[in-house]
Design a protein around this ligand. Structure first.
Ligand SMILES: C[C@@]1(CC(=O)O)C2=NC(=C\c3[nH]c(c(CCC(=O)O)c3CC(=O)O)Cc3[nH]c(c(CC(=O)O)c3CCC(=O)O)/C=C3\N/C(=C\2)[C@@H](CCC(=O)O)[C@]3(C)CC(=O)O)/[C@H]1CCC(=O)O
Ligand SMILES: NC(=O)c1ccc[n+]([C@@H]2O[C@H](COP(=O)([O-])OP(=O)(O)OC[C@H]3O[C@@H](n4cnc5c(N)ncnc54)[C@H](O)[C@@H]3O)[C@@H](O)[C@H]2O)c1
Length: 433
């Protein structure tokens, strides 16, 4: 039976489906939006600082939609902010704006993501690592300590690094580790850790310990992102200590604040997450294994890209015709040996007659466009080396080992495909799979 709706003759190039500008296939996918997942605060200046940071991150990520959501106290909530972006985008990246790995990172933020995803089930949401203590934030801490220290020499200054304190041991241990890093990289007399809640030693514990050991110049560094209640509590402890010990001097450093370094770390986390979001979505290409044995393949252009691809076509047993006024040395050797057929001239219409697969590999955009047009009209898959989106096939990075061919294909990131292919090959031989 013949479906009357089907054309009986193959469509000419003029009938090709040209994607409309609003067709999602016509435009490259936009980068996933970023949700900065903060804690929230009752203190207005803290909330303002969080939004100042959001603006700074926007400056570092042009073209990316950047929004904020909060665990509590400051609107909107993380699931509200995430839900709003998922209404317009198939993927999003959530960066926890948290220094440590406490309950917010482990439970509250994942729960908020699950809540938003329940309403957007096909969405890809990547949650990145928390901020931790990368180089930029250590630098910011040293700057805050230096500002507070003023004219005190570093080696005569004792530093109290104040962490929030929580019920997750690893998070508290990370804070103690950070103090060690600050000590070794800052040249201070001593650096000890104290906590504002849940665990000890407390801020007064350490201040008293410092005093008892003879310290009289102490910088207290509230290791928090923005001003808020915790920061106020630290200042309260210090004021009481000062009243009781007027012969000691204690200077309280500023919190990290919405500085450039913090914005850079958030942007860096976002980029890691955006890469994973892409990975989760995969390449837009459908990967098939072509059995080319005895079938005609036309390669137009005989330069560097052809030199890389022709040997693989020959390994698959294809009858390779290369059309090109000049040939790369290694291809010339293949032509002389009779392994390929060389047509020593420019591409001409009808050159693709009888071809099963075509590669447009010239360095002329006009020639490549004409080749793709002819291939389209013949319904023959065609790679276009200078403009992948205009072709109808992409070449994966491939490699052979132990009776298997592995292939990796990305989306316009051939060097990454190559690196992944290489790792695949290593895994196959290392693990004897
Ligand atoms: C994997 C590999 C397979 C192979 O070729 O066998 C491959 N490209 C490789 C290398 C490579 N490609 C480029 C450079 C130089 C640039 C650099 O150094 O960064 C190098 C390095 C080199 O040449 O060493 C540049 C480049 N590539 C494409 C464009 C045009 C565009 O994106 O629009 C441009 C810009 C051209 C320009 O500027 O004009 C397009 C494509 N390249 C693809 C495959 C397809 C899908 C890949 C995927 O998405 O996973 C796709 C989409 C279509 C296609 O061509 O089939 C192979 C490594 C494997 C191996 O090492 O064995
Ligand atoms: N897709 C990829 O992996 C990839 C990698 C590198 C470069 N490129 C791009 O692909 C194209 C080819 O790259 P290359 O390094 O092989 O270039 P190249 O200069 O080494 O080779 C181009 C070949 O095309 C031939 N040619 C030019 N006009 C022709 C015509 N009208 N008909 C037939 N043959 C013609 C030339 O004689 C030459 O042999 C370039 O546009 C380059 O920017 C793509």
């Amino acid at each position: 039976m013949i479906d009357p709706a089907l054309p009986l003759a193959s469509a000419g190039p003029e009938d090709r489906h040209v994607p409309a500008p609003d067709d999602p296939a016509a435009v490259p996918p936009s980068p996933p939006p970023l949700i900065i997942a903060g804690h929230g605060t009752r203190v207005n200046s803290g909330a303002e600082a969080a939004y100042e940071l959001v603006d700074r991150v926007r400056g570092l990520l042009p073209g990316v939609r950047v929004e904020a959501g909060f665990v509590e106290l400051t609107p909107p909530t993380i699931d509200e902010a995430l839900g709003a972006v998922l209404a317009d985008s198939p993927a999003a990246v959530v960066v926890p704006l948290m220094l440590g790995t406490g309950g917010h990172v482990r439970e509250d933020i994942p729960e908020a993501i699950d809540q938003a995803k329940a309403l957007h089930t096909s969405a890809t949401v990547v949650r990145t690592r928390h901020l931790g203590s990368p180089r930029q934030l250590i630098e910011a801490v040293h700057e805050r300590i230096a500002q507070a220290r003023g004219d005190w020499p570093a080696e005569e200054t004792d530093v109290l690094m104040v962490g929030r304190g929580c019920s997750v041991t690893e998070a508290n241990a990370d804070h103690v580790r950070l103090s060690r890093v600050i000590f070794e990289s800052g040249g201070y007399h001593q650096v000890l850790s104290g906590f504002i809640q849940v665990v000890r030693p407390s801020v007064p514990d350490i201040l008293n310990q410092y005093y008892a050991s003879g310290s009289r110049r102490i910088v207290v560094m509230p290791h928090f992102l923005f001003t808020g209640r915790l920061d106020e509590w630290v200042r309260g402890h210090v004021a009481r200590f000062q009243d009781a010990h007027p012969d000691a001097e204690v200077r309280v450093a500023d919190v990290i604040g919405p500085c450039d370094q913090l914005a850079q770390v958030v942007a860096q986390r976002y980029k890691e997450g955006a890469l994973r979001a892409r990975t989760t979505m995969g390449s837009p290409a459908y990967l098939a294994g072509l059995l080319l044995k005895g079938r005609k393949v036309v390669v137009v252009g005989g330069g560097c890209v052809a030199r890389r691809r022709v040997p693989k076509l020959l390994e698959a047993g294809a009858r390779v015709h290369v059309i090109s006024p000049e040939l790369h040395k290694s291809l010339l050797a293949l032509a002389e040996a009779g392994a390929i057929t060389w047509h020593a001239r420019d591409y001409r219409p009808h050159d693709l007659h009888d071809a099963w697969y075509v590669l447009a590999l010239t360095d002329s955009a006009e020639a490549n466009a004409a080749i793709v047009d002819e291939a389209e009209s013949r319904h023959t898959f065609c790679v276009r080396a200078d403009n992948a989106e205009a072709g109808s096939a992409w070449t994966p990075a491939t490699g052979d080992t132990a009776g298997v061919t592995v292939a990796a294909i990305t989306s316009h990131d051939p060097l990454r495909a190559r690196a992944i292919r290489n790792r695949f090959l290593e895994i196959v031989s290392e693990e004897g799979l």
